[in-house]
Structure formats: C-alpha cells, structure tokens
Ligand binder design. Structure first.
Ligand code: FMN
Length: 393
C-alpha cells in the first residue's frame, strides 16, 4: 500500500488510525477539525472508543476455523461484510468527489454506502458512478416539499434504505468549528491564519479546493439561494433543521417512502420502543459520533439494552468509535446486525481517495477474520455475548 502519498509521509497505513494521521497531514486544519471533532468537551467521542477497550474478547482454541463467513444480510440487502459507510456531511470537501469515491469503494468491497443530505455530490452523480444500490440519509426539514423531492430522487436512484437521522433536533456545540470560524466571522488574525492553513496544504488546495468544487451541495442546489456560498448554505441549513419534529413525522416519511426506514441516532430504550411501535424497520444505536449531546453513553454501552428491548422487532445496527475489525466483532457479539463507520472512511478518503476507503474496509475485514478465528467462531451469525468479558477495573 505504499504510494506517493504515504511514502512522502513515511507511513504505510496498517490501521484505520493510521489514516487519521495521514488525513491530519493532508487536510487544512479547519477541515480536519470538522471531521475529527465532536461536541463540547468531546467526552462521548472519547468514550465511544474507551468503551470498546473495556470489553475483552474470549479466546478459544482447538476449533476448526479454516472456513469463515463474514457476510450478512441487512434490511434485505446482502453485504460481504457487516459494514456500512455512514453518512458524512461535506465529505466531498475532504477529497475530490469523495462521495463517488466512497460509493465505488463500498461497491468493490460489497458493503453499503450511505449518502448524506448535505453531500457535495448529488444523489444522481453517485448513482451514475456506482452500479450498486446505495442508501440515502435524510434530516426531516422544515420545507417538507423539498424533503419529499429528495425522497423522490433517492427512490428514482434505486436507494433501498432511507436512513432517517433523528438526533439532530438542534445542532450540537462543536467548539473546534467555532474556533476555526466555520460558518462564522473570524478576526483578521484568524483570516490570515486560515489563508496560511490553506496555502500550507497545497495537495488539498489544488486537488480539492480548486479543482473539486468542494462547496457545491449537490442535493441542495435547487433549494438554497446561493448554494455555492458557504455562509448562505449554512444559514439555509440552520433554518431547515426542524426542532418540532415528533414521532408523528415518521408516519409522514412512511407515506412518502416505499423502501426500508432505518432510524439513526437512538440511544435510549424508550425511544427504541417508540421506533418499533411507530413503524421503523430498524435503528442505529448512535450518538452521532459524539457530535451532538456530549456526556451521553458510549454507543456500544447503550447497545445491549436496546437489543434486548426491540431486537425481536427491529434490525439493530450501531455506530460510534468503530475503528477496527475487533470492534465490529464486539458490536455483533452484543447484538448489532452491522456497524456503520463514519470518520474512518472520512480519514481514508481524505488521505488516499477511493483506494484508501477500499483499504480501510479490507483492514476491518481481515481484523474481523483474525479475531473470529482466534475466538473460535466461524460465522458472524454465531457471535454472541458468551464471547465477551468485561475488563476488570
Ligand atoms: C464529519 C462528519 C459529518 C457527519 N455528517 C452526518 C450527516 O450529514 N448525517 C448523519 O446522519 N450523520 C452524520 N454524521 C454522523 C455519522 O453518520 C456517524 O453517526 C458517526 O460518524 C459515527 O461515529 P464514528 O465517526 O466514530 O464512526 C457525521 C459525522 C462526521 C464525523
């Protein structure tokens, strides 16, 4: 995997974490912070990782592990690995046409890609570039007419699953973004620092900043007056997040969407029960990667109780802090059908484009295979709580 990018940086990436370091070097600071950062003190984002560390795998020996099955079926779709590339708003600012590159990587590895409402590439551009069905993520907007139009476009593109994100009634307090002046004014010294930040990352500046049209929001150009202007875009997006959304709006989505509905951003057992009774097909146990309400539970800690409460009625997925195949194995052992990964594919696409995302998916798959073999488990469907021990202390 050593190529021009990684050779120049003296690092051949061996883990998803290595891609974080490559992305940190490649991206202007304000973009890396946008991708890497989380809400408030970032406690939940950190705990999303630490909670995985607290779970120990139970090794087993002397079992025939010569044949392994990592493939599964999620909401009617066969996946070669139990992984989905999570929706990342503004991904196309990390690499040129990043959503297209990620969708192609997902297709080549047999996993699903989920396109964010606030993507740079449009639904139709991703559809043209990728032969595989991809998922579409929606925020219920105040302008229901536009939301309905997005659902129509996603359906026309053949998206089988709608990911309805429900944990963004208001936007979390992301301090790194405020300090970097994302969407707000900066003092002169800050503007000079930003100019220097851009100039000192010429690889990104030329490839993405100048050639990549990173600020054209493909799904929103028809709705946002001045969609190419970041301030106009931010004002429109802020005005469109609808804090009045309730469970009744799920019925509205159901009326306007023929495919499966996956609610993303549930962390509480009572909300999970409501999701089941209001007709979702599945849910993602998620705290938005720690970017919304800080100080909430790590997603992997919230998972088992939700699986116990609704696992017989809904397909339960999880995301937040998944950085290795071992994490995926732990999540599946606790009852998740599959995991979404957010930042890991963002780092990878920033560092090496499609090849980076493909490589991260390969790494996660081979780490899963090693972990399963050394736990004496040959099929992802046989992963259960018996193979986990909680670390002491
Ligand atoms: C830069 C960034 C942008 C995101 N944008 C969206 C989005 O547009 N829609 C959404 O539902 N979730 C969004 N998320 C949350 C991810 O889909 C996912 O829940 C989270 O990244 C999972 O945690 P992880 O990054 O630790 O894997 C975003 C996350 C990041 C890091």
């Amino acid at each position: 995997m050593i190529d021009d990018v990684t050779r120049g940086l003296g690092l051949a990436p061996a883990t998803a974490g290595d891609y974080r370091e490559l992305a940190r070097r490649r991206l202007p600071r304000f973009l890396f912070d946008y991708l890497d950062g989380a809400a408030n003190e970032e406690l939940t984002a950190r705990d999303n990782r630490q909670a995985f560390h607290r779970l120990h795998l139970r090794p087993r020996v002397m079992r025939d592990v010569s044949q392994l099955n990592l493939s599964t079926r999620v909401l009617g779709q066969d996946l070669a690995l139990p992984l989905i590339l999570a929706p990342l708003g503004l991904a196309g600012a990390m690499a040129r046409r990043a959503e297209v590159q990620a969708a192609r990587a997902a297709e080549s590895k047999g996993v699903a890609f989920c396109e964010s409402t606030v993507s740079i590439c449009s639904i139709e551009e991703v559809r043209r570039a990728s032969g595989a069905p991809f998922w579409y993520q929606l925020y219920v907007m105040r302008d229901r007419g536009y939301a309905r139009e997005l659902l129509r476009r996603a359906h026309a593109a053949g998206c089988p699953v709608l990911v309805l994100t429900v944990d963004l009634a208001v936007t979390g307090a992301r301090h790194r973004d405020v300090r970097n002046g994302l969407g707000g004014a900066l003092p002169l010294s800050g503007r000079l620092a930003k100019a220097w930040d851009l100039l000192s990352h010429p690889g990104w500046l030329i490839d993405v900043g100048l050639r990549g049209k990173p600020l054209t929001f493909g799904n929103l150009t028809a709705a946002v007056p001045g969609a190419r202007n970041p301030a106009a875009f931010k004002a429109w997006v802020d005005s469109q997040f609808d804090p009045s959304v309730t469970w009744r709006d799920l019925a509205w989505v159901r009326e306007n969407w023929q495919g499966k509905i996956l609610l993303k951003g549930v962390l509480d057992v009572e909300d999970a029960r409501d999701a089941a009774s209001f007709g979702a097909d599945g849910l993602v146990v998620s705290n938005h990667g720690g970017r919304q309400l800080d100080s909430v539970a790590a997603a992997i800690d919230a998972l088992p109780r939700i699986v116990d409460a609704v696992g017989d009625r809904l397909e339960v997925l999880m995301d937040g802090g998944v950085r290795s195949g071992l994490d995926v194995v732990k999540a599946l052992a606790l009852g998740a059908r599959a995991c979404l990964i957010g930042r890991p594919w963002g780092y990878a696409v920033a560092a090496r484009g499609e090849a980076g995302v493909t490589h991260v998916l390969s790494l996660l798959g081979s780490e899963m295979a090693i972990a399963m073999a050394l736990c004496g488990i040959t099929d992802v469907h046989a992963l259960d709580r018996e193979m986990l021990l909680r670390a002491e202390g």
